[in-house]
Design a protein around this ligand. Sequence first.
Ligand code: DGY
Length: 333
Amino acid sequence: MTNRLEEELIMKPKVYIAKPVPKEVEDLIARHCDYKMWRKDEPIPESELLKEIADVEGLMTPKGIITKEFLEKAPNLKIVSNIAVGYDGFDISAMKERNIIGTHTPFVLDDAVADLVFGLILNTARRINEFDQYVKNSEWNHHLDSEAYFGKDVHHATLGIIGLGRIGEKIVKRAKLGFDMNVIYHNTSRKYDLESKYSIDYREMNDVLKEADFVVLMLPLKESTYHIMGSAEFGMMKEDAVFINCSRGKVVDEEALIDALQNNQIRAAGLDVFEVEPIDKDNPLLKMKNVITLPHIGSCTRDARFDMAMKAAENLVTGLTGKTPPNVVKELQ
Ligand code: DGY
C-alpha cells in the first residue's frame, strides 16, 4: 500500500482555520487535517466561528479570544493555534480546566515589529508625517529654520524600553548599532546577557520614565500590566520626550495619554495600538499633529505574516499528532 493511500485511510483530525492563509500553509494543513477555512478578507463573524468550531479538534485563529463560553461551544477542541505572538485573548484558567493546548508565534515577527518601532521613533522625532502634509498642502514657501519647525535628534538620545523581551532585544540592537543611542530598560527580570552584550543599563520603571528621551512600551497585556502607563507615569516623563507603544493598547490609560499630550507634558506619541481597535473615529488622538496613529501593523509585512501562518500551522499539526508543539504559551506548559 502506498503512503498516500495509507494517509487517505487514516481519519484526519478536523480543524478550522479562521482566516485565509498562503497556499503553502494550507497545503501543510491539508496533508494532516480535514480542514475548512474562512476565505474572505474581512474577519470571520463571531456567529459563523461559533458554528464552525462545533465539531473540530483544532482551531487556527488570528485573534484567539478563547473564553470558557467559547470552549463550551467546541466540545472536541484540543488545540488553539494563535496566529499572533500576543495571547491576551486566552482565558488561561478556562483552557487549563479543559486541557486545551494553546500556542502562539514568537520570533518570526520580532524584526518586523522592531522596524516599525523605529519607524515611529523617526517619524515622531523628525515630524515626517506632519511635514509631508505641510508640503502636500502647498504650505512650503520658505526655508525652515526656526524653533517652530525643529525636530528632535534620535541619534545619541536616550532610549528607555519598558519590557525587554524578544522584540525589545531587536530594538536595542537597532538603537545601539544603528543610532548610537544610550539605552536603559526596565523588565521584571534583569537581562544581564544583554546588558553586557550591548552596554545597556537596568533601571526601575520610574527612572526609565524620568531619564528617557524616547519611552518605548513593549509589554504583553496581563492583569499586572493593564493601564501600567497612567497620569502619574506620563507626569514623570520629560517634557520633550516621545512615547511609543507597539504592544497592546490596554497597557496604557489612553485618557491619561490624551491629557498628557493636550497639556504638553510630553512632546509626541507614536502609536500602533489603542484601547479600542479599530479606533473610535472621535478619538482626540486622531486630531493631534504630534501623534502618529497606525492600525496595528507591527507584524504586517508579507514575510512576517507568511512565517506566522506557517509557524501556527506547524504548531497545530504537531499538537494534533499527539506531540508537544514547539510554541506552547508558557502559562500552559
Ligand atoms: C501579535 O502577534 O500579537 C501582533 O500584535 C499581531 O499583529
